[in-house]
Design a protein around this ligand. Sequence first.
Ligand code: SAM
Length: 281
Amino acid sequence: MSDAMLYVVATPIGNLGDITHRAIEVLHSVALIAAEDTRHSGRLMAQFNIKTPMISVHDHNERQRVSTITKKLSEGESVALISDAGTPLISDPGFILVRAVREAGFKVVPIPGCSAVITALSAAGMPSNNFIFEGFLPAKRVGRKQQLLNIAEDTRTVIFYESTHRIIDSLTDMVEVLGADRYVVIARELTKTFETIHGDKLSALLEWVKNDHNQQKGEFVVLVSGAEPKKNTGFSSETLQILDILSAELPLKQACSIAAKITGEKKNALYQEALARKDGS
Ligand code: SAM
């Protein structure tokens, strides 16, 4: 195997002070930097006096760029992949390139650093042992609501990326699908001058954003607290369905007695369950 490597290099998400020593070293040392937007990354390069040549690799040319980059690697020259901000491949291009480079037998080396999702999670004060990262919600309302429905019952913290154009629409749909009382944190403009991390129940949060134009500007991470775990009743879903149908039509004791005969479960246990379901507990 050649010594040439593809480095996947994280860059800051706002504050240039967040670049790592290793990232700067690698960007200086490689033969070529593959950047999502070369003009945008030019500013970062100027700041750190990095003169390495750059080519663009974005959603529309990533497949074509694979051969340019693997050729460079086969000539023994290393390449760095960067995106406009944060860690490449995290809601950013690069997956096709990284897979192709690995399949071609070259080493891919991550140079870790910022990512908005982890930066937000580290300061939101929400359960973080388990979480789901959903990237951007769909732009259209129907798709967005469907995606929200898909995660509505999940008990893990769910994290989205959102842009200034859609933050109000997304929060509005969240109120509708997840309910006004779901606790949500929005982390805006992380590491930048107007960094704001604010949490509240969804309806209050939406009002807060609507009433302050400044809170609608910039880049957002939205962290949704997980749904309350459903109590494990120990009954099968079929048993619970039978119990629900009968208790809707009959006095509770009679419903439980019939349900016990159908399912073979104990009448008393079903009665306790039916009472709890009636109370909504
Ligand atoms: N690769 C990046 C990363 O590792 O976080 C994400 C790129 S994605 C195209 C851009 C989105 O990330 C923004 O729309 C926003 O949702 C989120 N984001 C990036 N920088 C951010 C920041 N400084 N504050 C809040 N969200 C940010």
